[in-house]
Design a binder for this molecule. Structure first.
Ligand SMILES: CC(C)(COP(=O)(O)OP(=O)(O)OC[C@H]1O[C@@H](n2cnc3c(N)ncnc32)[C@H](O)[C@@H]1OP(=O)(O)O)[C@@H](O)C(=O)NCCC(=O)NCCS
Length: 222
């Protein structure tokens, strides 16, 4: 996944009247007492839609399947803002992040909070894209937990991120992922061959050059 452009732009949520700050780019209330409480209330929403988290004092986070018919317009906008488009360059190839199955996190009012797109091949599952339209509110964790709940014990989740994406590296490693590959210069190659629009500079003003791969075996607790 190409790193998000460092910007303070806002993204329209499922409710067109609301806009949400880009994940992690605006100051948040970070005291421990306001951290999310996660529940596993499966019965209330059925198999494809389970409450997996709670934005403290705000709303429950429910995760359901991505529906191209219902969600594509919103998802295209989110991926444009976060990753410069739905076509993501990794491992020397472009992948359409919206051409694979996915999960959408929503709040009590069914406003969309974030997306996770994934692709399974046997016991391997690529996390193709993950983005929260409102960062540091438990959305990313809820999506990851929901993905993990769909996989069998021992399945491997893997993903590609970029050298500048320190927030993502923190997020994944705090949730049990470990680094398994470094491809120095891979983003430079993708910019030359596949996606000229990839910016030269990524998050925190860091030159955007390399791909890093992380993995998690699903028996490990998030
Ligand atoms: C990476 C990303 C998906 C994580 O999603 P997120 O919704 O911010 O993740 P969470 O809120 O579940 O967790 C992030 C942190 O916020 C904390 N947090 C969650 N709710 C909180 C709250 N109410 N108050 C304070 N902290 C809170 C979590 O505990 C976590 O911190 P930790 O890692 O120290 O445990 C998100 O940052 C994002 O969209 N980034 C831009 C797109 C991107 O780069 N995607 C990855 C490409 S590889």
């Amino acid at each position: 996944m190409t790193a998000p452009t460092p910007t303070r732009a806002t993204i329209a949520s499922g409710d067109p009247g609301k806009s949400r700050a880009l994940a992690g780019l605006t100051p948040r209330n970070c005291d421990a007492s306001s951290r999310p409480h996660y529940s596993q209330d499966v019965s209330a929403h059925g198999a494809a839609s389970r409450v997996v988290g709670r934005m403290a004092g705000v709303t429950a986070i429910r995760v359901r399947d991505y529906s191209p018919a219902m969600d594509a317009a919103w998802a295209v906008g989110l991926l444009d803002e976060m990753f410069g488009g739905r076509l993501q360059a990794r491992r020397g190839q472009l992948i359409d992040a919206l051409g694979v199955p996915g999960l959408v996190a929503v709040d009590d009012a069914d406003d969309r909070l974030g997306i996770l797109m994934y692709q399974r091949v046997a016991s391997e599952c690529e996390l193709v894209a993950i983005a929260a339209s409102r960062g540091r509110h438990g959305v990313g964790t809820a999506l990851l937990e929901a993905l993990q709940a769909r996989l069998a014990d021992g399945d491997r989740i893997w993903l590609v991120t970029t050298n500048d994406n320190l927030d993502a590296l923190r997020f994944y490693q705090r949730r049990g992922f470990s680094l398994c590959a470094l491809r120095a210069g891979a983003v430079d190659d993708s910019r030359r061959r596949l996606k000229p629009s990839i910016s030269l500079t990524g998050a925190y003003g860091i030159p955007l050059r390399d791909e890093l791969e992380l993995e998690l075996h699903t028996s490990r607790k998030l």
